[in-house]
Design a protein around this ligand. Structure first.
Ligand code: FAD
Length: 141
């Protein structure tokens, strides 16, 4: 149920790991638009639009796992979507001029999230702790 990435991933794993035939899988979506939050629309003449820029991170292990086993549509046999993704990224690398807009499209710098330098370090130290070190510690502590 749902044609977002979660539904598509479920179908992918049923095919690859469950041995199910793709033709036996039906994806239902309540909306007319396919793709859930990853929807895209448009054509070559007027241009394309997607609701959000897609920033793919190095820690998307499952996504890369899927992409490496899906044949790329526009590349020769044997090239995966992961290969295609790398090629696009190398040849058309993108970056965000702003992560958040505020007050009629003005770019505001939220990079510190209102935290002082020492508070930022405190958070980094917390993130680097081992799980055992955090056992029995409350949020307040
Ligand atoms: C503007 C924007 C920018 C984003 N940027 C990033 C980014 O840079 N990097 C990143 O990793 N993530 C980003 N995200 C988040 C990411 O897009 C979502 O987390 C992800 O797409 C969610 O996938 P999903 O399949 O769980 O849900 P959805 O994509 O929401 O899909 C759920 C689908 O289920 C359908 N559905 C719901 N209920 C029913 C029902 N009862 N019957 C049938 N169909 C139903 C819905 O119509 C929908 O199509 C962004 C999201 C937005 C909106």
């Amino acid at each position: 149920i749902g044609s977002g990435i979660a539904g598509l991933a479920a179908a992918f794993y049923m095919i690859r790991d469950g041995g199910m035939a793709g033709k036996d899988i039906t994806i239902l979506d309540a909306m007319q638009i396919e793709g859930g939050s990853l929807d895209g629309a448009g054509n070559p003449e007027d241009g394309y639009i997607i609701r959000g820029g897609r920033e793919m991170n190095w820690n998307y292990d499952n996504l890369w796992d899927m992409f490496q086993d899906i044949q790329a549509l526009e590349l020769p046999e044997g090239y995966s979507v992961l290969d295609e993704y790398r090629l696009v990224n190398d040849n058309d690398s993108n970056f965000s001029k702003a992560r958040l807009m505020h007050e009629r499209g003005k770019i505001r710098d939220f990079s510190t999230l209102g935290l002082s330098r020492s508070q930022q370090w405190e958070l980094i130290r917390l993130m680097l702790k081992r799980k055992e070190d955090l056992d029995d510690i409350t949020i307040e502590q």
